[in-house]
Design a binder for this molecule. Sequence first.
Ligand code: 2AM
Length: 171
Amino acid sequence: MRLFVALAVPEAVAGQIVALQEMLGTGRLVPEENLHLTLAFLGDVAGADLADLDLALADLRSPAPMVELAGIDLWDEALVIGVRANPVLEALARKVAVAVRGVVEMPRRRFRPHVTLARVRPGDAVRVGRFLSARADAVLTPFAAEGFTLYRSHLRAEGPLYEPLAEYPLG
Ligand code: 2AM
């Protein structure tokens, strides 16, 4: 099963992202219920490892990071909103990686915290350019992440379905 660990985006902030998506007016928008900040992408994990993964994540201790989404950028075909520098969040992502690697292999990748807003194509360039000129410096309301979630991603023709498997408290 395809798994990842992420922070859910609270409703009020998700609403601000939806307003940005409406301004963008092009691309494949990430549905509101799918908005998240990935802490670790595990890829394909055997079902037999799930219980150990759950125990390892449940053991993790971290303060609740204050997350401030700010600054929109285009990473290849992904339009993303970044995160203001955040040592607590970075330490949390490291702890998640250590917990996960105690159970399954996971590729080493630099943690670049972001929330993906939309996926765009070269044909969307004019609208994306206009949107970035107007809103690249967007700053959203900060939120305290009071927990993190282990998600299963079901890939479907109409877009992925993210199924929360377990939630772990922070703070
Ligand atoms: P993205 O938002 O930049 O697309 C579920 O797929 C989540 O895991 C997404 O947030 C995705 O990031 C992230 N992710 C990180 N590495 C990935 C990979 N190699 N393949 C798919 N998703 C990945």
